[in-house]
Design a protein around this ligand. Structure first.
Ligand SMILES: *Cc1c(COP(=O)(O)O)cnc(C)c1O
Length: 513
């Protein structure tokens, strides 16, 4: 294993020392310049006929005075530029993509085909409702299916992502308290393991956040929850299974405590891949929950979109939920745009939601039918398979739990005594041919690595993956290969990017040097 790393490192050094003037290359992968850097002002990619300059321009003050700002490349250059960029993509179609908390499952091609049906893909939201009955019917049917899966009372289909769905739920809870005159209810309880979008959306909806501790087994500390669940609490945001990949067994008790105080339970449903077909969330005492259609119900995602995060509500919250919604009036689908009771907090988004993603989710659900329970069963089975294979050489985040749900959490404990960090270990995985898992999240475990294989991986893939990771872990612990780990990845065009800087100071427009 590590021999392969060494060889690569040598190649890289060879290039560094002897060919500093060439564009960095790894095999046939080229470090692609920006399209504007490749362009040349003196060339044109297309032959225009010489304009008749004797005709007076009729453009008047609209005539362009500045440069046109096109990159000026010929067709071959353009094709190569975009084809090379496309090769840099890593996705579920390329290999295992075990990003915990993201559910990077295979997205069946039939879903893509359905979403591209021209009448659906090109229908315009400004068309009269008579002309978009098919699209509205599709949204309505998916809404019905999602209600069946969750057992809840009503649904809002418009939110455009998981975080947007959370915001939708928190605004609904805020509206419910406002309408009931509960001005003293300003706090939302959130466990310390929560996804960052939970506190963010609470704050955006006008609440303050009170953090609840986790126990040393990675679950909500019920005593701490009880202490903090006071009269000023408006609700709680509980992820279940939580971000440590563990089921919160006390969810029903938590719901009771909240309801006793006149507060609401929001469940972060991003991890529905572990539950669907197994439990009605309505039975858990949940008042609102978002689902990530782009995770659980198979829409390709990553790099900020596209997404869809419908929210289901209990009967208590239904009248405060946002508009618009679709009703089936004896076979005719109508869009209800106005809230007649004056209770709804309003609109989340223009139009009806992400119809293309609704189409994919409906295709996915229809293909599985009752088999959705086998999806959650297999995703939990696969995660536990990885857990039992890796736990001897790596260190579990919470070793006392015999089983995990759909993802398994490791800490950097096994790297103690070496100079290696979780980042070094994750980067070495790339050289070994595997995309790293989610790292340094959740924050409750030191140097976290969160692996979510999903149900779509075969035993062969998981066996190979575990073999390689075990090899890496054994080599890491010897302390003999620290330099190789620090150098990794050596097989990529860009080695270690400054990810924090890239996220905080992105340069989004090209500036000529
Ligand atoms: C992914 C995720 C979210 C946010 O969903 P987005 O669609 O990325 O906005 C929220 N909570 C959890 C636990 C998640 O995994």
């Amino acid at each position: 294993m590590l021999q392969c790393l060494n060889k690569q490192t040598i190649t890289q050094r060879f290039f560094k020392n002897f060919y500093t003037s060439v564009i960095p290359k790894v095999g046939l992968d080229i470090q692609e310049k920006l399209i504007f850097e490749q362009g040349n002002e003196n060339s044109v990619g297309i032959d225009f006929e010489q304009p008749d300059l004797s005709i007076k321009s009729r453009l008047g003050h609209l005539k362009r005075n500045s440069k046109i700002g096109l990159p000026n490349l010929n067709e071959v250059q353009v094709i190569r530029h975009y084809s090379r960029l496309a090769r840099f993509n890593y996705g579920v179609d390329t290999g295992l993509y075990p990003l915990g908390s993201c559910t990077m499952k295979y997205n069946p091609r039939i879903n893509e085909k359905v979403a591209r049906i021209p009448n659906l893909a090109f229908s315009h939201p400004f068309l009269p409702t008579e002309a978009i009955q098919g699209s509205l019917g599709l949204i309505d049917r998916l809404a019905e299916d999602l209600l069946k899966i969750t057992g809840m009372n009503s649904i809002c289909m418009s939110p455009a992502a998981g975080a947007h769905g959370e915001l939708c739920a928190m605004q609904t809870i805020a509206q419910a308290h406002k309408k009931q005159g509960n001005t003293h209810k300003n706090y939302i309880l959130i466990p310390d393991a929560a996804h960052g979008t939970n506190p963010a959306t609470s704050a955006m909806a006008g609440f303050k956040v009170r953090v609840v501790k986790s126990t040393k087994n990675g679950k909500i500390d019920l005593e701490d929850f009880k202490k903090k669940c006071k009269d000023d609490v408006a609700g709680a945001m509980i992820t279940n299974p939580n971000t440590c990949g563990l089921f919160e067994n006390d969810i029903c008790k938590i719901a009771e405590m909240l309801h006793e105080k006149g507060a609401y339970l929001f469940m972060d449903g991003a991890n529905m891949n572990a539950l669907m077909g197994r439990v009605f969330v309505s039975d858990l005492g949940v008042d609102a929950m978002h689902m990530n259609l782009h995770k659980t119900f198979s829409t390709p995602h990553g790099s900020s979109g596209p997404g869809s995060g419908p929210v289901v509500f209990s009967e208590k919250l239904t009248k405060y939920a946002p508009i618009p919604y679709i009703v089936n009036d004896e076979g005719e689908f109508k869009v209800i745009e106005k809230d007649r009771t004056g209770n709804s907090f309003g609109r989340m988004k223009a139009y009806f939601g992400q119809v293309g993603i609704h189409a994919r989710a409906l295709a996915y659900i229809s293909a599985y039918g009752n088999g959705l329970a086998s999806v959650s069963g297999d995703s939990v089975l696969n995660a536990n398979y990885v857990k039992f294979k890796l736990e001897k050489e790596m260190s579990l985040g919470y070793p006392k739990n015999k089983y995990c749900m759909h993802e398994v959490l490791f800490s950097d404990n096994f790297l103690k005594g070496t100079t290696l960090t979780t980042l070094d270990f994750a980067k070495a995985m790339i050289d070994a041919g595997y995309h790293p898992p989610t790292i340094y999240f959740p924050l409750v475990v030191h140097g976290a690595m969160l692996i979510e294989p999903t149900e779509s991986e075969s035993k062969e893939t998981l066996d190979d993956y575990c073999k390689i990771i075990i090899d890496l872990a054994i080599n890491a612990k010897t302390g003999k290969y620290d330099e190789d780990f620090h150098e990794a990845p050596t097989t990529t065009i860009i080695r270690r990017a400054d990810e924090t800087r890239a996220a905080k100071f992105p340069i989004l427009t090209y500036q000529e040097k």
